[in-house]
Design a protein around this ligand. Structure first.
Ligand code: PMP
Length: 401
């Protein structure tokens, strides 16, 4: 794995005279040269608006853009490119489902099931819907280890349940939720499921058909692609039934002042000029990940995370937040009563980039009875030596307090 580091020029730099140890991959990943080059190349040689042009460049840009959609389809094993909608990211994908599914299928008194460990982007869109339509949020609880309580989950279903929306992997606890089981249970009640795959698609193989997910969202920038591009997967049968999200060019069939018809899938949900250079970057990123192999990535990151957990636990007063056996490449922790912000600031001075705070999961922090954590999150380009550097720095900083 170590040889891939050469593909990420940003990792070579020093900060404050120390080698940069970038462990904030759950927030965003670095971009390999292949992604940056593919985007630069498109701007240098192809740039033209997609879909509507008869001219050469526009057709090439369209081919690239639609080719990227096919790359996404293959990566998550969707049946058809009609099921792949480009959005700005996970947040917009979830907002789209909340708005369109909510508009079509939810009425006052109806319920959405989310979990206690959701990112704000899988809570607030449903709350906005709640204030518009009078729907209710029901919350799956978790154990102290950070595992969702499936029996309690089943108890939440009733005749008002319309949709379930849960994270595949928690961005705080690292827990890999049993989404296949969660989907089976929902389907047994005739309820569709949206999976927030922001933290799973970059780290483990995700197959929407095998999962039988109805909707699934992820962000390009967390899987080595550019910012501002993301994906909403939706089963065709569901997407066909939903109204459009935003109005504008591209999403229409025919417009007159009397009556407008809408475009076919997936364009019905893609108003305006799409980020066609972003989609090229995303496809290059997925291609890059495929070349390394998602299973190899998962295995390597698991060994890195296991090693980090083992080493961090040797530090006095270390508290790992999230002890689920099934976990991804995210470790949240606290040391004694040291404030995460103070520790994070001092780690930064030692060249270690970690995240501190509530990680956009304040309800989860409330459940845990804490204000925030430090969070180290790994990628395949991180090394065992970087884990050692993290552990040594945490030990050193904790001795200072
Ligand atoms: N869900 C989860 C689990 C996340 O970790 C994040 C990003 N931290 C998001 C949603 C939101 O992703 P984005 O900001 O790229 O839309």
């Amino acid at each position: 794995m170590y040889k891939v580091r050469a593909d990420f020029p940003i990792l070579e730099q020093q900060v404050y005279g120390k080698p940069l140890v970038y462990l904030d991959n759950a927030a965003t990943t670095q971009k390999p040269r292949a992604v940056i080059d593919a985007m630069a190349e498109e701007y240098y040689t192809v740039n033209a608006n997609v879909h509507r042009g008869v001219h050469y460049l526009s057709q090439r840009a369209t081919d690239l853009h639609e080719g990227s959609r096919e790359a996404v389809r293959q990566f998550i094993h969707a049946v058809s490119t009609r099921e792949i909608i480009f959005t700005r990211g996970t947040t917009e994908s979830i907002n789209l489902v909340a708005a369109c599914f909510g508009e079509q299928f939810m009425h006052e008194g109806d319920e959405v099931i989310v979990s206690v460990m959701e990112h704000h982007s899988n809570i607030v869109p449903w709350q906005l819907l709640a204030s518009r339509k009078g729907i209710k949020l029901r919350v799956i609880p978790m154990t102290d280890k950070g595992e969702l309580e499936l029996e309690a989950y089943e108890q939440l279903f009733n005749e008002h349940t319309r949709i379930v929306s849960v994270a595949h992997v928690s961005n705080v606890l690292g827990t890999v939720n049993p989404v296949q089981r969660i989907i089976q249970i929902a389907h047994a009640h005739g309820v569709p499921v949206l999976i927030d795959a922001a933290q799973s698609v970059p780290h483990l193989a995700v197959d929407v058909q095998q999962l039988d997910a109805d909707f699934l969202a992820f962000s390009g920038h967390k899987i080595y692609g550019p910012t501002g591009i993301g994906v909403l997967y939706g089963k065709e049968e569901w997407l066909e039934k939903l109204p459009p999200y935003q109005g504008g060019g591209e999403m229409i069939g025919h417009v007159s002042f009397e009556h407008t018809t809408f475009n076919e899938l997936p364009f019905k949900f893609e108003a305006g000029t799409p980020d066609f250079v972003g989609t090229t970057g995303l496809a290059a990123a997925l291609h890059y990940v495929e070349q390394i192999g998602i299973d190899e990535i998962a295995a390597y990151e698991t060994s890195l995370t296991d090693y980090a957990l083992q080493q961090l636990r040797t530090i006095p007063d270390m508290r790992i937040i999230g002890e689920a056996p099934e976990r991804g490449a995210v470790i949240s922790f606290l040391v004694g009563d040291i404030h995460p912000f103070d520790m994070g600031t001092l780690l930064d001075r030692l060249g270690i980039a970690v995240r501190t705070g509530h990680h956009c999961a304040q309800p989860l922090m409330q459940r845990l009875g804490i204000e925030g954590t430090l969070r180290a999150s790994f990628s395949f380009y991180n090394t065992m030596e970087e884990v050692d550097a993290l552990v040594a720095a945490v030990r050193r900083v904790s001795q200072m307090f």
